[in-house]
Design a protein around this ligand. Structure first.
Ligand SMILES: Cc1cc2nc3c(=O)[nH]c(=O)nc-3n(C[C@H](O)[C@H](O)[C@H](O)COP(=O)(O)O)c2cc1C
Length: 232
């Protein structure tokens, strides 16, 4: 069940059987009353969902855009925007081409980070964690929910590899359209990635650059969260 930016009202995806971890009730070094208003809550995925809902009301485009950071085989960082499509009970999911530069970097490192920033809200969320592919029915369902042109585009694009001209790309689109017709299957080289965080930070702009920051950390997916306030 995909989240499609502004167009669908669904943000929090509760995946059957994905087992929510019990969120720690003991918040390290901080009274619960300290973390109120937009920061309140005992589940960072619910807070992220709430903030994304807020952003849908104020951002002109793509409130679910994230800057996804990876590292290449030389240790050189890389970053690009992708769309966050699902917030699950315990993970974040986005979709891409498995033969792209980012996919090579995601697969070899098994780790990634992303940041979402909403200028209209003056807020950001930072996330770091481990990466696995989502190639099952969930990816099929999301692929099927896209427009036909987007589905065919996924077949036509050899993402991240050199392209001689735009007309060569359009010729490839025409070729796959003729070959696959109105119901193309999900390409085997296209699907999801699931980021399971061990760190999530919520940041909101404060007067005179005295911003609020709350960092949620856990040892691994499934274990309890510890929350601490950080200096701006
Ligand atoms: C707002 C925005 C959203 C994007 N969403 C996606 C996306 O969901 N998936 C994707 O593969 N590329 C997306 N792109 C394109 C990527 O930024 C990037 O150009 C492409 O994935 C190739 O990156 P790579 O060569 O590092 O693999 C998006 C770009 C922008 C500006």
């Amino acid at each position: 069940m995909p989240l499609d930016g502004l167009h669908q009202g669904r943000v929090l995806l509760l995946v059957a059987g994905s087992g929510r971890s019990v969120v720690s009730k003991s918040f390290q070094g901080m009274e619960m009353s300290e973390r109120d208003g937009i920061f309140a809550g005992t589940d960072p995925f619910e807070i992220a969902t709430r903030w994304l809902e807020d952003a849908k009301g104020s951002e002109p485009n793509d409130p679910n855009a994230i800057a996804l950071a990876t590292v290449d085989s030389e240790g050189l960082p890389n970053v690009r925007m992708v769309l966050l499509k699902e917030i699950e009970r315990d993970a974040f999911v986005f979709y891409t081409n498995y033969e792209s530069a980012k996919a090579a970097e995601l697969d070899s490192a098994g780790k990634a980070a992303f940041v979402m920033h909403w200028k209209s809200l003056r807020r950001q969320i930072r996330v770091r964690g481990t990466i696995t592919r989502e190639t099952g029915p969930q990816a099929d369902e999301y692929y099927a929910s896209r427009s036909l042109k987007s589905r065919l585009g996924a077949w036509a694009s050899k993402q991240s590899r050199p392209l001689s001209s735009r007309s060569a790309l359009m010729a490839e689109v025409a070729k796959v359209t003729a070959k696959l017709g109105p119901n193309p299957p999900r390409p085997p080289f296209w699907g999801g990635y699931r980021l399971e965080p061990n760190e999530i930070e919520f940041w909101a702009d404060g007067a005179f650059r005295l911003h609020d920051r709350f960092q949620w950390r856990r040892d691994q997916a499934g274990s309890g969260w510890q929350v601490q306030r950080l200096n701006p």
